[in-house]
Design a protein around this ligand. Structure first.
Ligand code: ATP
Length: 439
């Protein structure tokens, strides 16, 4: 006799709750989850922080959306959870801001036998996965999101324009074959907007002990602490790493002079390069999308106003302007050294002006560079010109060479083949750091 208990699993997605004035969707997620737990709900696995297309028009900062899942045993429980979540979103969201248009999605999977399975093992509809990939690589509409929700039987709740349903659906459906974790610690409300009080020395110590299991803690070149945001949001710091344990251990090493209200650990597609589309043809690449593509440098990089470095890359189909913008700091010193005919693999996204904003490059082949020098004398000394059309003479031994030709000497390049990346301070949330690629 089979006596298995069946449960319903409720996936909840939330997005577009904050504004440039403050708040953060991850914080609302943390508050909602803590309240659900206080009311006896069972949450399963780690909540997810999913970064979407960095070129989405209405993003506030990093285009992040969140989702989590909980066990539901009855219709009443479903309604109770839903009300609690919606009240919290309504209360904490920056609804007064024009561009804050929260969306919440409830997607229920009935009759799950083992709710401890990871999200990917419990069958998420492939349509939802595809939608999510699309929201990470392309631009999607509210209408498309509504259509999908109807098709898969997800319930959507829109506040104002409800644009957040795009991110909320994507955060539920995103496949996570590669993943990282982020531990977020939140400030108490009286400290919002004030200077963050983190003991910087403890962050250096933490980095020494936990890197590369945690990464992007410091920007060594710029000499600043990268775990600390510079916006008035509720986050005190965020530690990114390979495992939940790694970020929790690192958090225990960081000391602060101000209280921490709560923490949350999210599993994430951050730093996985999930936004990058492999492209074989430069001419087919489009604005507001991010790519990996190969090409040949067609001109020597040049600096433009604002300190940005620009060069062109071409393949058989066409060419594109590539940029290392000023905030990429020392990365520009590498880009400056590129020469015509160097062969590269570039990683980056195409913005409003059609320029590819570089996140990292791999130098595949370097063109050889030569300098012409007078020929060497048999005595070992380099010869001097003997005058127009008269060949060369040696000032040491007097030897003359009437029809000597110049030697071509290869000049050593200042950069080598291999990967180069922007510093942590300029890194996109989705961009995979080289330390993760090496692993
Ligand atoms: P934060 O990172 O501080 O939480 P944010 O940068 O995530 O803020 P949001 O306030 O969430 O910005 O606004 C982004 C909006 O763009 C959301 O409404 C989201 O649903 C929508 N969006 C996300 N991805 C896409 C996309 N690919 N196409 C169109 N809209 C998108």
């Amino acid at each position: 006799m089979c006596n298995e208990t069946m449960y319903d699993l409720l996936y909840v997605g939330i997005d577009d709750t904050d504004s440039s004035e403050g708040m953060c969707t991850t914080y609302i997620g943390a508050v909602v989850m803590d309240e659900l737990k206080d009311y006896g709900f069972k949450l399963i696995g780690y909540p997810r922080l999913i970064r979407l297309n960095p070129f989405a028009r209405f993003k506030t900062r990093g285009n992040g959306a969140i989702s989590f899942k909980l066990v539901i045993k009855s219709k009443e429980e479903y309604e109770r959870a839903k009300n609690l979540i919606l009240n919290c979103v309504e209360e904490l969201s920056h609804l007064q801001e024009e561009n804050t248009n929260p969306g919440v999605v409830f997607y229920k999977i009935n009759g799950v036998k083992d709710y401890n399975k990871e999200i990917s093992e419990v069958k998420i509809q492939s349509q939802l996965e595809n939608f999510s990939l699309n929201a990470i690589m392309n631009i999607v509409s509210i209408e498309e999101s509504e259509k999908l929700a109807q098709e898969i039987g997800a319930e959507i709740v829109k506040f104002k324009k409800g644009r957040g349903i795009i991110g909320a659906l994507a955060a539920i459906g995103c496949p996570l074959s590669d993943k990282t974790y982020e531990l977020l610690s939140y400030r108490t409300p009286e400290n919002y907007g004030k200077k963050r009080k983190i003991k910087y020395h403890s962050v250096h110590e933490m980095n020494k002990k936990t890197y590369p299991q945690t990464f992007d803690n410091l920007d060594e070149e710029e000499g600043y602490i990268a775990i600390e945001p510079h916006t008035p949001c509720p986050i005190l710091y965020g530690i990114r790493g390979e495992t939940a344990n790694a970020v929790l251990e690192a958090h225990n090493m960081v000391k602060t002079y101000e209280p921490i209200e709560r923490i949350a650990v999210y599993v994430s597609n951050q730093h996985t390069d999930m936004h990058l589309i492999n492209s074989n043809t430069i001419s087919q690449m489009e604005k507001y999308k991010s790519y990996i593509t190969n090409g040949t440098v067609t001109d020597s990089p040049h600096i433009i106003e604002g300190g940005h470095i620009i060069f062109s890359l071409e393949d058989d189909s066409g060419s594109i302007e590539c940029a290392a913008y000023e905030p990429t700091k020392g990365f520009r010193n590498v880009i400056k050294e590129l020469k015509k005919d160097d062969k590269l693999k570039v990683y980056g996204g195409i913005g409003e002006k059609g320029t590819l904003n570089l996140e990292k490059i791999e130098i595949l082949e370097q063109t050889k560079f030569y300098k012409a020098r007078n020929p060497l004398c048999k005595c070992g000394k380099r010869m001097k010109s003997a005058g127009q059309g008269k060949g060369y003479k040696c000032i040491k031994c007097g030897f003359k060479l009437r029809d000597g030709v110049k030697d071509l000497i290869e000049v050593e390049r200042n950069i080598k083949k291999g990967f180069y990346e922007v510093p942590p301070s300029a890194r996109r949330h989705l961009s995979k750091p080289l330390i993760r690629i090496k692993k």
